[in-house]
Design a protein around this ligand. Structure first.
Ligand code: SF4
Length: 115
């Protein structure tokens, strides 16, 4: 049986450690624009995609953590350029029912893939 002092110390620690509230997973580094205000417009970097195994590992870790914050699938990229996106979103929703999932997108590709 746990002692009350131990429980209070654990509770105080749990309350003092901030919960992760937002996560951005850049599933691909591809963007079809070069806006002047964005690093994509100023710098070049290799285009590539995050491996799905690594994506799944991050989502599983967030699930184990009990993540209930905001999860987005982009950073300095256009998320709709990644054709895996619908699958990755479904996978994330199933694993993280309490999280808020969202995208920042220009929506220029939305007719091609998502309608
Ligand atoms: S990520 Fe967004 S802001 Fe940056 S270049 Fe692409 S469209 Fe423009």
């Amino acid at each position: 049986m746990m002692r009350l002092g131990y429980i209070l110390v654990r509770a105080k620690y749990a309350l003092s450690v901030p919960r992760i509230q937002a996560v951005a997973i850049e599933t691909s580094s591809v963007c079809n624009r070069k806006c002047s205000w964005c690093p994509n417009g100023r710098y070049t970097r290799e285009s590539g995609v995050l491996s799905e195994d690594l994506f799944r590992l991050v989502i599983e870790q967030l699930k184990d953590y009990g993540f209930r914050g905001n999860l987005t699938f982009n950073l300095y990229n256009e998320p709709l350029c990644d054709e895996r996106l619908p699958r990755l979103v479904r996978l994330s929703r199933a694993a993280l029912p309490g999280a808020f999932l969202y995208l920042n997108t220009k929506a220029a590709l939305i007719n091609n893939m998502y309608m």
